[in-house]
Each structure stands twice: as C-alpha cells, then as structure tokens.
Write a protein of this length. Structure first.
Length: 499
C-alpha cells in the first residue's frame, strides 16, 4: 500500500473516533441537563464548617450590576436568610467565618485616631471659640464691659505657644479697647502680637490704621504738653496766649523716632527721612483748649464750643466728649441739647454709667423729679452689678451714680438715705485709693446733718494724717457748719456732680 493510501486510512479512522466521542459527550450532556432540570434537590456547598445552600439563580449574563454580589461580582446577591443581602450566599458565608481583614482594621484604627485627635483639639479650643463668639456678640450689642471680659477669658485659654494662631481674637480685643478709649492696651496688643509684616496684610489693615491714629494722638499730646510747660500756670492773664499757642499747632508735623520727637520748625532739628511723621490731631488741640477753659471756669458756651469742635474732628474723641458735652449742656440750662445726645451716649456703650448720669441730672435740674433721679441711679448701679465679675468696675465708675443718687436724696430732704448713699460713694472710692475732695466733703457734711459726729471726726483726722488738703475741709464744709449755705444749695451748685 502506498503512503498516500495509508494516510487516508488513518485519517478516516481518526474522524470516526472523534465522531463517536462527540456522540457520547452529547448524550451525557443531554442527560445531565435533563437531570438538572428535573431534580428538586439543591446543590450543597461546605465552607469550613458552614453549610451553604444555593438556590435557583438567573444566568449571570442576565444580571445587572446592581444585582451582582458586591464581594465577588460574579454571582447574584441575596441569600435564603436575607434576600436583600448585598452578598451572595457563598461570600456571606465566608464573611461570617472571616469578618475582618487587615486593611479594614488598619483603616478603622487610623480613622479612630484622627477622630480622637480632632476631638481633643476641639475640646482644647472650645473655650477660646465660645468666649470669642460671646465677646463678639456682646460687642455688637454695645455691651462693651461684658465683651471685654469674654475676650480676656478667651485669651486666657490660649497658651503662649499658640498666640500666633489666634490673631483674630487679639484683633477683636483691639477694636474693643479702641472703642473703650484704652489707647495703652491697643498699642500693647499691636506691639506684642502683630508683626510689621502682619500689619501690612490686607486682613489686618484696620489694626494698622487704629495704631497709626493712636500714635498720631500721642505725638500730638507730647508737643501740646511741651507748649503748656512754658507756662508756670494757667490764669486769666495768659489764657488767650495759651489758646493761641495751641491753635498754632494745627497742621504742624511731628517727627518721631524711637523715644525722640520733634515739632516741625523746631530750632536745630533737621528731618533725616527715617522718622515717623504725624500731623497734629486737631481734636486733641480742642480738648486741651477745653481743659484750660474748664480750669478757669469760663462761660459754659465757650466750653461747649471747644467740646463740640473736638467731637466733630474725631469719631474717637467724640466717644469721650459726648458725656462731658451733655453734662455741660445741663449745667448751662440747654436741656434739649443734652437730651438729644442721650441715644448716642448709650449706643457707645450700653454698660457705661454716662447715660444714667446725664439722665439723672436732667431729672434733678430740669424736671425737679428727684425720685426719678434716684431711681435712674439705682437702675444704673443694678446694671453694673449684673455684669459678671463687675465688682472692680462698680468701685471704679459706680461712685459717680452713688453721688448723683446722694444729691437727689438731698433734694428730697431724705438725709438719712443721702448719708447712706454718700457713705457708699466714699467706700467705692476708698477701694480704688482715689477719694475726691467733693465726695469726702459731702460725706462729712451729711455725717453732721444726721448726727454722726464720730464719722466727721474720723474724716477730719484722716485729713491731718495724710495731709491731702493744706487747709483741711473745703470752704463749703466751713460755710455749711456756719449756716451760710444749705445742702440743697450745694447739691444744685454743680460742684458735686463729679464731671
């Protein structure tokens, strides 16, 4: 047989064998499919001690992504026990046996650590945050003393290492102290916490402007004091000369370098360009003119002109001036002008006593309603007492309302209450070691009026011991003892209003 015939015979045998194998495979496949379709028994799987039952499932190719197991992504999700399970029966059985993996555990630990760190940081800074929010709220409402206490508490909660991280709190306290006319505190905070670079940043532009304004005012005061030092005293003889000298400072430059300062045109001084240059503040020039006129007891209209001019030239000085201006208006009988200033005075700081002082004066001088004058003072003192940690503040400024209350009681001829009120006023000033002549003298006269000679003698001995007055009690006390003046006349004289 040729080789070609051998190959054909072999190929024919091979094809016959393959066809026979295909026939057998098909018969077995058909048999298996028929058994699978007819059987009601589910296939069972064993997974490390867990018996898992697989139910009937849709073909994988017909399942959507939302219907596939979240774990394997191959089988349909849902189990016999939980049809809504995101896992298939096999994966859920495995997860029940081995519920943890090191990646998940590590992630959980890191997450827990970060959370704890955030909580600790939050706990540390909560006082700073809460006090700052409370302080800002009080500031916006015009309750400046409360705001001051809140900001101070916020800053007490800041460690020295973290000062730079809380510049916004220092910024808020600077605005507050500026409104409260506390120039020294403003400059202290700007120097201690704001670098030259920080003050050039747009966000802290207001801080830089406030510092610049206060430096200008201080430079002005320095050259004013130099001008006034040329006069041995202030008298009617040199009053006009003093006023003219002060007016001459308007528009002049002041050159400041370190602790040295020079007025423009000063003999022997030539600017080098390295100095800070300020223009004299006209508002403070007016304030010193007012001081000279007040000292010499010039006409009230002259005094109010200086005060009004100062207020017009500076919003900062206006806060200082308005209570003085209103009280002066009361003193010269221009009551409507005084009353018109009351809303502005109260808005500047609702927790200050200036509003209550002026209102009480109006009740006493204009309305002759002395009981309302008393009640107004009591309202003001209660307001101060309601401020947290306000005991020092009552001693520092509350004595003014105690004196106004005393004067109204005198006008009511309730001398016992007047004496108690005068004693209160005296004790407030004693706490600050700054007892004024008017307070002491009124206390002494009411002690005599109510028969408390022991207190009068004690005051008299204190004068001798401390030598605070060369001639002892004032002439008012002597005149009262001699019957030359009554307590009512003194109460309405204006000399005891503590302006």
């Amino acid at each position: 047989m040729s080789d070609k015939n051998k190959l054909n015979n072999q190929s024919g045998d091979y094809r016959e064998e393959m066809e026979e194998l295909a026939r057998i495979f098909k018969e077995e496949l058909d048999k298996t499919i028929e058994e699978s379709e007819n059987t009601e028994t589910e296939t069972e799987y064993e997974v490390e001690g867990y018996e898992v039952t697989m139910g009937e499932k849709k073909p994988v190719e017909e399942l959507t992504e939302d219907e596939l197991c979240e774990c394997c992504g191959e089988r349909a999700r849902g189990t016999e026990k939980n049809p809504d399970s995101p896992f298939c029966s096999e994966c859920e059985a495995i997860l029940e046996k081995y519920p943890y993996d090191w990646k998940g555990v590590t992630t959980a630990i890191v997450t827990l650590f970060v959370t704890l760190a955030a909580i600790i940081c939050f706990i540390v800074n909560v006082p700073v945050f809460s006090y700052t929010v409370e302080g800002e709220k009080a500031f916006n409402e015009g309750n400046l003393f409360t705001a001051n206490q809140k900001f101070n508490k916020a800053l007490e909660a800041i460690s020295e290492e973290d000062d730079g991280a809380f510049l916004n709190v220092y910024e808020k306290r600077i605005f507050l102290n500026y409104r409260m006319l506390d120039m020294d505190s403003v400059l202290s905070d700007t120097d201690n916490y704001f670098s030259d670079f920080a003050k050039k940043m747009p966000m802290y532009k207001d801080v830089a402007e406030i510092e610049e304004e206060i430096m200008k005012m201080q430079a002005t005061v320095l050259v004013i004091q130099d001008v006034l030092s040329q006069y041995a005293d202030v008298s009617d003889n040199n009053y006009n000369e003093i006023i003219n000298s002060l007016d001459a400072l308007s528009g002049k430059k002041v050159y400041v370098k370190g602790t040295s300062y020079h007025l423009e045109g000063e003999e022997g001084f030539t600017p080098t360009g390295k100095e800070d240059v300020y223009i004299c503040d006209d508002a403070w020039i007016e304030m010193y003119k007012y001081s000279a006129a007040q000292y010499l007891e010039k006409d009230g209209k002259i005094i109010t002109e200086f005060l009004s001019s100062a207020a017009e030239k500076s919003e900062y000085v206006e806060i200082l001036v308005n209570p003085l201006l209103a009280a002066t208006y009361v003193g010269i009988g221009e009551y409507d002008k005084a009353e018109a200033l009351l809303p502005t005075i109260k808005e500047a700081n609702k927790e200050n006593i200036d509003y209550y002082m002026v209102q009480s004066m109006l009740y006493r001088y204009r309305d002759k309603d002395y009981q309302k004058g008393v009640d107004t003072c009591i309202d003001g003192l209660n307001m101060l007492a309601s401020i947290p940690d306000s005991s020092d503040m009552i001693a520092q400024i509350g004595y003014i309302l105690s004196m106004q209350k005393t004067l109204n009681y005198i006008m009511l001829e309730d001398y016992k209450s007047a004496y108690t009120s005068a004693e209160e006023c005296y004790s407030y000033q004693a706490e600050t070691y700054a007892i004024s002549v008017q307070v002491r003298d009124m206390y002494a006269m009411l002690a005599l009026k109510t028969g408390d000679t022991e207190t009068y003698k004690t005051l008299e001995e204190e004068i001798e011991e401390y030598g605070d007055l060369e001639s002892g009690f004032s002439q008012d006390v002597k005149d009262y003892k001699d019957g030359k003046v009554t307590l009512q006349e003194l109460a309405q004289s204006g000399g005891y209003d503590l302006l």
